[in-house]
Design a binder for this molecule. Structure first.
Ligand SMILES: [Zn+2]
Ligand SMILES: [Zn+2]
Length: 414
C-alpha cells in the first residue's frame, strides 16, 4: 500500500467502526469505575482486544492492560496511553445513557461518573487498536496500547496509575521510543485539536508540615509554645516564596495550603498543628527552590516560636513536557488530519497530568481533541469534572483518526 492508500484506509475503517464505537462509549459511560476498581472496564477492554488480530495482551498495574500490536515490517515501538478511571461525582447531564452507579470511596458511598471523559479516551483508543490491527502488515514497527487505571489520583498510600505502569515495565519489552496521550476537551469542538510544545502541565508535590509546640492553658500562653501562631506566620511567609524568590518569567508556580488543622477547644493552646500543601511549578529550577525553601522556612518559623517543624514530602508528579523534536515531527500530521485552521494552541497549565510519568521516561506528546457538544455555544459546555460535563460522540471517530495517523506517521518517521 502506498501512503495515501494507508491514510484512506484509516479514514474508511474509522468510519466503519463509528457505530460500534458509540456503543462502546455508551457502555463505558454507564459503567464508570474509580481508581484501581476498573475491573469491569478492564474485562470489557480485554474482550474487545481478544477479538483482534496480532495482539499480545497482558495485565499491568492491577486493573490496567498492555497490548502490543506487532507490525508487519521492522521499525520503532510507539506507545499510546488511554486512561480508564472515573470520578466520585453525581452525573447531572440528563443523557439517556447517564450513569446511575454508586460505589464505596474511602468508606463512604458515592456516585461515580465519567466526568473527565476517560470513557472517550478508552473508546477512541479501542477504535485505534481496531483500525491498526487491520493494517498491521503495513505497520513499520510495533504499537504499545496502554489502558491506564487511576489517572485521577490513587487511594492514599498507593501510587497513581501511570507511575505504577512505568514501574511494572509499560515502556519496556518492547522498548518504547515515543508515547502519545490524548484527552477530550470541552473548550473546543469535535474536529479541533489543542496542542503545545514544551512544558504543558506543572509538576506537583504534596507536602505535609507538622509543627510541634507545648500545650498550655489558653489564658497563660507564656507557659507553652503555640504551634498555631507559628503555623499562621509560616502560611503568610510561604506566599513570599512565589512572589519574591522564584523566577516567574520561567514559568508559573503555585503554593496552596489546602488545610490547616489544630486544636480542639478555645481555652487550650494545642501541642501541635498540621498543614497540607500542594506545590506546582512549570520550571524545574523553580521547583527545586520551592522544595528547599519550604523546608527551611518551616524550620525557621517553628524555631522562632520555640516549636519544632517536621516536613514530610509526599506524592510527586513531574512536569509534562511535550518534547520539541517529537512535536516538530508530528505537527504536520495533526495539521493534515484536522486542517491547520482547526489546530489550536493551549496555554501551559498549573494542573498536573500523570502522563508526565511516561513522558519523563521517553519522548512524549500530549494533546486534546475537541469534545464540546456541537449543538450549543462553547460558553455552555461544562468543564471536566463538572456534573454536567459531556462528550459529543462526534469526537470519538475524529480522535481515532488522529491517533491512527499520528502513530502510523511516527512509526514511519522517527
Ligand atoms: Zn480529570
Ligand atoms: Zn482526565
Amino acid at each position: 500500500m502506498n501512503l495515501d492508500t494507508v491514510y484512506k484506509s484509516i479514514d474508511q475503517m474509522a468510519d466503519d467502526f463509528k457505530s460500534q464505537q458509540i456503543e462502546i462509549f455508551r457502555w463505558l459511560h454507564q459503567h464508570p469505575e474509580l481508581a484501581y476498581q476498573e475491573f469491569e472496564t478492564s474485562q470489557y477492554i480485554r474482550e474487545h482486544l481478544e477479538k483482534l488480530q496480532g495482539l499480545e495482551i497482558s495485565s499491568i498495574a492491577k486493573t490496567g492492560i498492555k497490548a502490543v500490536l506487532q507490525g508487519g515490517k521492522p521499525g520503532p515501538n510507539i506507545a499510546i496511553r488511554a486512561d480508564m478511571d472515573a470520578l466520585p461525582v453525581k452525573e447531572e447531564t440528563g443523557l439517556p445513557y447517564a450513569s446511575n452507579v454508586k460505589t464505596d470511596y474511602d468508606g463512604q458511598e458515592t456516585h461515580v461518573a465519567h466526568v473527565c471523559g476517560h470513557d472517550a479516551s478508552t473508546a477512541a483508543a479501542l477504535g485505534t487498536v481496531t483500525v491498526l490491527s487491520q493494517l498491521k502488515d503495513e505497520l513499520p514497527g510495533n504499537v504499545v496500547f496502554l489502558f491506564q487505571p487511576a489517572e485521577e489520583g490513587a487511594p492514599t498510600g498507593t501510587d497513581g496509575g501511570a507511575l505504577r505502569m512505568v514501574g511494572e515495565g509499560a515502556l519496556k519489552d518492547p522498548d518504547v521510543q515515543a508515547i502519545f496521550g490524548f484527552h477530550a476537551n470541552n473548550t473546543c469542538y469535535p474536529g479541533q485539536v489543542m496542542i503545545r510544545e514544551g512544558p504543558t502541565h506543572a509538576s506537583q508535590d504534596s507536602i505535609i508540615i507538622r509543627i510541634w509546640g507545648e500545650q498550655a492553658h489558653g489564658s497563660q500562653p507564656w507557659s507553652g509554645k503555640d504551634p498555631i501562631v507559628a503555623g499562621a506566620s509560616l502560611i503568610n511567609s510561604l506566599q513570599t516564596l512565589i512572589s519574591r524568590e522564584v523566577d516567574l518569567q520561567k514559568g508559573a508556580a503555585v503554593i496552596t495550603v489546602g488545610y490547616f488543622w489544630s486544636g480542639i477547644k478555645v481555652n487550650i493552646i494545642p501541642e501541635g498543628a498540621e498543614m497540607g500543601l500542594t506545590v506546582r511549578s512549570l520550571d524545574e529550577d523553580n521547583r527545586e527552590i520551592l522544595i528547599t525553601r519550604i523546608k527551611e522556612l518551616a524550620e525557621l518559623k517553628a524555631e522562632m516560636h520555640g516549636c519544632q517543624a517536621e516536613v514530610i514530602f509526599g506524592q510527586h508528579y513531574p512536569m509534562n513536557i511535550n518534547q520539541e523534536e517529537l512535536y516538530d515531527a508530528m505537527l504536520p500530521t495533526v495539521e493534515r488530519v484536522a486542517q491547520a485552521k482547526n489546530v489550536l494552541y493551549y496555554l501551559s497549565s498549573t494542573k498536573s497530568e500523570d502522563f508526565s510519568h511516561f513522558s519523563s521516561e521517553v519522548p512524549g506528546l500530549y494533546m486534546y481533541y475537541g469534545a464540546a457538544p456541537q449543538d450549543r455555544p462553547l460558553s455552555e459546555a461544562k468543564p471536566n469534572h463538572h456534573p454536567e460535563f459531556m462528550v459529543d460522540e462526534k469526537a470519538l471517530k475524529f480522535a481515532t483518526r488522529l491517533e491512527c495517523n499520528l502513530i502510523y506517521d511516527a512509526l514511519r518517521t522517527i
